[in-house]
Design a protein around this ligand. Structure first.
Ligand code: SF4
Length: 368
């Protein structure tokens, strides 16, 4: 059964009623068990679980130490291009916005790579908008060939690909995929993805599984918090990760919890997500999925990122920019969204050291 089939059992599911029916005892049971099921996870995400946040946080902290120790993996994003044919209402790069469009040529990319490698980065995440015309798979493949000379791990965050396209990029040196469903709720998905390749909900939802079936090393999924009611969105995100872990045990599965950030253009239909909600999200995910990696990006500010560390986070971005070529200021182009933590790699490493965490810059390298 594919994830698309698996998720069908929740069509028309009454989340409000299910969350209302959670009893205190359900939360206590979820906190004392080892292999949590979907009902346990739902209990941890419920409004009633707010009263147990301290207990959930303690359990999450202990599980994170058990499975990951005091280590945090570090990476930085590289925006290759901002051409986009999709109209996602929450994004500064959407096709409807008047933004100067650009993409890095190979010489510029080499300069960016050299700069980041000299700083000490070993893992990078490369990003494009969704434009097969301006940034075809072949362009991305050639970028990967260049980056391989500088970095030990290259992950992609690009438009959804077919299985054979994922295979091509894996063969070139890609070992990780980041792809966010953004919002699992179909109706909201339709409302916020007006047109373009990304408006195909099913093709995107199936993408992590397509990549996993080609034996990619790691898959990172997520929901953009704020687009839909967070409790049901995080529930689906957790089930999606568990499905991938159960069905593709050879793949390292991780989650991101990005929250909506200011960007060019207006998006007002935001479902609020408070800092306390984020704490409940991170800790509930950790208790439900003890082995899952959890990434916290620079969408969150420095103080909040530092405070969340011990509750379940395993990966941080550093020295981030959301502009094309933004690391070397080669371009003076638009940002996809504003970042909230502007610290560079050295500063993040220092904070980790002060908190007695080991920064991990390299935990894998290409086979060839
Ligand atoms: S989120 Fe991605 S696909 Fe959507 S508009 Fe932005 S860059 Fe394009």
């Amino acid at each position: 059964m594919s994830f698309l089939d698996f998720i069908k059992q929740y069509e028309g599911f009454d989340f409000k009623k299910s969350f209302d029916q959670v009893k205190e005892n359900d939360i206590i049971t979820a906190l004392s068990g080892d292999n949590l099921n979907q009902s346990d996870f739902l209990a941890l995400l419920s409004p009633k679980a707010c009263a147990y946040l301290e207990n959930i946080a303690q359990r999450a902290h202990q599980l994170t130490l058990n499975y990951f120790g005091r280590t945090i993996q570090l990476y930085t994003p590289i925006y290759l291009a901002n051409y986009c044919e999709s109209r996602c209402l929450y994004c500064g790069f959407q096709a409807g916005n008047e933004v100067k469009r650009t993409k890095m040529n190979f010489k510029q990319l080499e300069k960016e790579a050299k700069f980041l490698a000299e700083q000490g980065f070993k893992h990078v995440l490369i990003l494009t908008g969704s434009s097969r015309k301006q940034t075809p798979v072949e362009y991305i493949r050639q970028c990967v060939e260049i980056l391989k000379g500088y970095f030990s791990s290259i992950a992609i965050e690009i438009y959804a690909l077919t299985e054979s396209e994922y295979s091509q990029l894996i063969k070139a040196g890609v070992d990780g995929l980041t792809i966010y469903q953004e919002v699992y709720d179909r109706e909201i998905y339709k409302k916020v993805h007006l047109s373009g390749p990304k408006s195909d909900h099913q093709f995107r939802l199936d993408a992590p599984e397509r990549a996993a079936s080609t034996n990619i090393r790691c898959v990172n999924i997520g929901a953009l918090l704020g687009l839909g009611p967070w409790r049901s969105e995080v529930f689906f995100m957790g089930l999606h990760a568990k499905y991938l872990q159960d069905n593709y045990p050879q793949v390292e599965v991780s989650l991101s919890i990005p929250r909506l950030r200011p960007h060019k253009g207006k998006f007002e239909d935001v479902f609020p997500v408070t800092d306390q909600d984020i704490v409940q999200i991170v800790t509930a995910l950790r208790v439900f999925l003890p082995r899952v990696g959890i990434t916290l990006s620079t969408r969150e500010n420095d103080v909040f990122r530092d405070n969340l560390l011990s509750l379940g986070i395993t990966r941080l971005s550093a020295g981030s920019t959301t502009a094309v070529g933004g690391h070397t200021s080669e371009f003076d182009e638009a940002n996809q969204f504003e970042i909230a933590d502007t610290r560079n790699l050295a500063q993040i490493k220092q904070v980790l050291a002060e908190k007695d965490y080991q920064p991990v810059l390299k935990d894998w390298m290409h086979l060839s």
